[in-house]
Write a protein that binds this ligand. Structure first.
Ligand SMILES: Cc1cc2nc3c(=O)[nH]c(=O)nc-3n(C[C@H](O)[C@H](O)[C@H](O)COP(=O)(O)O)c2cc1C
Ligand SMILES: CC(C)CC(=O)C(=O)O
Length: 356
């Protein structure tokens, strides 16, 4: 692994520099959440509340972080959460993120609201990709996106179910946030002439009438494995798995949808109790440190994902900035595994948690 540049010793060191280089409204869009941003903070605080009980005198001379997600080999149990419109943060946008994730050997979930076509992202990628879909009002278009993702080599469909509408985001409302010039949802047939707010643009495209029947429909139109993203209720997780989901991504959208929503690390154990035996369970929200990754994996998450930190790295230095952020997670995880007595991911378990 490359040496850590001393200026950036933790993922959050990238945030301050990203804030300085991004226009204020773009920074607010990335950093912000719904309402008072209590859930944005709660996601991180839930990690802080969990304490570890490291184990000693276990041979950790040879360590591996390798794991799999739905059979896909990965260099570690940390991946890139889907986030929209990467060219807002850096001109190389999604291509830089795909190259960095591929070089690190980590899973990259690409948003349907990418500012580079899903085909171009797939061409640039050297590692595994999953495609995150919102079900659109136009079902023909929704289906064609799934077919395009299949043809381009994406290995799973990640259906986002927590965004029937964009949440009440104070910062974006104050800024009347619009996409910057030249940044467009290029996977979708949206004209370049309009200039609506992001929330209005979204309302035209995404279907707020989505129900479980539509999950069944999406399941039926693809052979790719289905992951349902945006679930915190165990009963929702159960239903998703009953309808054929291979994985559940426990997420509150980084606190961007429902202020006051339960923190994802608080929700995770209950979801695992219900579906942990029959599906893979992933988590995102507030993962900032290798210790956070360890705590989520110890609780039972297969892979965890980072959203904002990847955008910080992208804004700071394109592909190498993203690579540096991902390497920090891997480096921190490697060291915390060693110091907790875990030579591999399989040996990370609930015995490491004080109050699992
Ligand atoms: C700027 C931004 C854009 C996002 N866009 C999407 C998106 O297009 N699709 C999606 O499923 N989730 C989206 N998310 C949510 C992330 O996938 C993820 O759930 C969240 O960022 C994880 O929390 P973290 O940022 O604390 O790591 C977005 C998040 C941010 C910060
Ligand atoms: C374009 C938006 C719907 C992307 C998103 O999910 C978000 O901003 O949280």
């Amino acid at each position: 692994m490359p040496a850590v540049p001393t200026r950036f010793v933790r993922a959050e060191d990238f945030a301050a520099v990203a804030q300085a280089v991004l226009p204020t409204d773009v920074w607010d869009y990335v950093a912000g959440g719904a309402g008072d941003e209590r859930t944005v903070r709660a996601n991180e605080e839930a990690f802080h509340r969990l304490t570890l009980v490291p184990r000693m005198l276990i041979d950790v001379g040879t360590r591996t972080l390798h794991t799999t997600a739905l059979g896909v080999p990965l260099a570690g149990p940390i991946g890139v959460a889907p986030t929209s419109y990467h060219t807002m943060a850096h001109p190389d946008g999604e291509l830089a993120v795909a190259r960095a994730a591929g070089a690190a050997g980590l899973l990259n979930i690409v948003s349907v609201f990418s500012s580079t076509t899903l085909e171009d992202v797939a061409k640039a990628a050297t590692g595994p990709l999953w495609f995150q879909l919102y079900c659109l009002r136009d079902r023909g278009l929704t289906r064609s996106l799934i077919e395009r993702a299949e043809a381009a080599g994406y290995r799973a469909i990640v259906l986002g179910v927590d965004l029937p509408v964009i949440g009440y985001r104070d910062r974006d409302i104050r800024n009347a946030f619009r996409l910057p010039p030249g940044v467009r949802p290029v996977n979708l047939p949206v004209g370049t002439e309009q200039d609506p707010t992001l929330a209005d643009l979204n309302a035209v495209l995404v279907d707020p009438r989505l129900t479980w029947q539509d999950v069944e429909w999406i399941r039926s139109v693809t052979d790719l494995p289905l992951v349902v993203k945006g679930i915190v209720a165990p009963s929702d997780a159960e239903r998703a798995v009953q309808l054929g989901a291979s994985g559940v991504l426990v997420s509150n959208h980084g606190g961007r949808q429902v202020d006051g929503s339960v923190a994802t690390m608080t929700a995770l154990p209950d979801v695992l109790d219900v579906v942990g035996g029959s599906a893979e369970v992933y988590l995102d929200g507030g993962v900032r440190r290798g210790t956070d990754v360890l705590k989520a994996v110890a609780t039972g998450a297969r892979v965890v994902f980072a959203g904002r930190p990847v955008l910080w790295g992208l804004a700071v230095d394109g592909e190498s900035g993203v690579r540096a952020v991902l390497d920090l997670y891997l480096r921190e995880l490697d060291l915390v595994m060693a110091t907790c007595g875990c030579p591999d991911v399989a040996s990370i378990g609930p015995h490491l948690l004080r109050n699992p």
